[in-house]
Write a protein of this length. Structure first.
Length: 365
């Protein structure tokens, strides 16, 4: 049971869903605000340009890292944020085609959707109208049972392909049974599953359950376990249908130091092809990345400052003007900024400060 192999268009280039199937780096896009907590369009575009220049193969917009409050009527930022990212991606792809000719893989545009069925379908319809390729569907629906979540997935899947999502308990997730994951994988519109329970037992449970689905080979697995990124990507899981790998990652951690994350993903692929020395070196570095994630996501204070921690890295690089969140209560925890600075200094291979410094003026222009 291997990672799905991409098909190709008549022109020889893979489609966005082919890119997703074959595996790539997908940062969870943050929200750039000014000191008055209004959308900073210039820096929002700069973030998207940064991810694209770093080599990310996709973007996830309107997800937890983008802040769920963008959906509140008093805020009204869901459409503007989705639109800005889509426009910036189109401009980037047009410039690349003009410079290098057609045939380059497209950027996978993923929109987050949440809420009960009517809201989730409406958000999917908005994303579809803006040219998005798939929906990352949050399972945080109070009171919904597994059958209800599956029905909701089918409804959203009539609008756009769906990426299932195993969300960790600390930020609103819950345990979902193996039967749920098997049934989810057999829904024709489901193209991938982001596995992010931050739990090794539950992660293995999802992989084993998906392997028993009739459509197992049509559903790509993405790690969302920001605490165990390298471990997930390097592990061949033995299932009833053979070995299964995570195809890629859709991660809040990859919203920072993204150029280095792309380089890391390339190293992982080389290691999986048989470079044993590189495999050993990656496993040596794996705890360092987990330590850095603990600082960025504020594990010490139960993830209270996880979004602000992402902002702090981007602020220090000049990509953001501050760490402001829509919710004034979301802020850095005591000592968090110092801990982020410590791990960045201790593990320079994780960072991409020189890359950002070189291109920042262009992205902000």
């Amino acid at each position: 049971m291997s990672t799905p192999t991409p098909t190709r268009t008549a022109q020889g280039a893979p489609t966005a869903l082919d890119v997703l199937a074959s595996g790539t780096v997908v940062p969870a896009h943050p929200l750039a605000l000014d000191a008055e907590r209004r959308l900073d369009e210039r820096r929002q575009r700069a973030l998207t340009r940064y991810y694209l220049a770093s080599g990310a193969g996709g973007l996830a917009v309107g997800v937890h890292t983008t802040q769920f409050e963008i959906r509140e009527p008093s805020v009204g930022l869901l459409r503007p944020v989705l639109e800005l990212a889509a426009e910036t991606v189109r401009t980037h792809e047009a410039a690349q085609e003009a410079a290098q000719g057609p045939g380059r893989p497209p950027v996978v545009k993923i929109a987050g959707a949440c809420g009960y069925t009517a809201q989730a379908v409406a958000e999917a319809e908005l994303a579809a109208s803006l040219g998005y390729d798939a929906v990352l569907l949050s399972p945080a629906v109070p009171g919904a049972d597994e059958a209800g979540l599956l029905d909701r997935t089918r409804a959203v899947g009539e609008v756009l392909p769906v990426i299932g999502f195993y969300l960790q308990d600390a930020v609103g997730g819950r345990h979902l049974s193996p039967a749920y994951w098997r049934a989810l994988a057999d829904i024709p519109s489901v193209v991938a599953i982001k596995t992010a329970p931050f739990d090794r037992y539950r992660t293995a449970e999802v992989i084993a359950a998906v392997a028993t689905a009739d459509r197992a080979d049509e559903v790509a697995l993405y790690t969302g376990n920001d605490d165990a990124i390298i471990q997930d990507l390097l592990t061949p899981y033995r299932t009833a249908r053979g070995l299964r790998w995570f195809a890629g990652g859709l991660l809040g951690q990859w919203a920072v130091w993204t150029h280095a994350a792309v380089r890391l993903f390339e190293e992982v692929r080389a290691a999986r092809s048989g470079d044993h020395a590189l495999t050993t070196d990656l496993l040596r570095r794996a705890p360092q990345l987990s330590e850095a994630n603990a600082a960025v996501f504020d594990v010490r204070y139960a993830f209270r400052g996880c979004i602000a921690g992402v902002h702090e890295v981007l602020r220090a690089q000049g990509l953001l003007a501050g760490t402001w969140c829509l919710n004034p209560e979301e802020r850095l925890s005591p000592g968090q900024a110092e801990e982020i600075a410590r791990v960045a200094t201790a593990y320079p291979w994780l960072t991409d400060d020189d890359f950002v410094r070189e291109h920042l003026d262009d992205w902000l222009g």
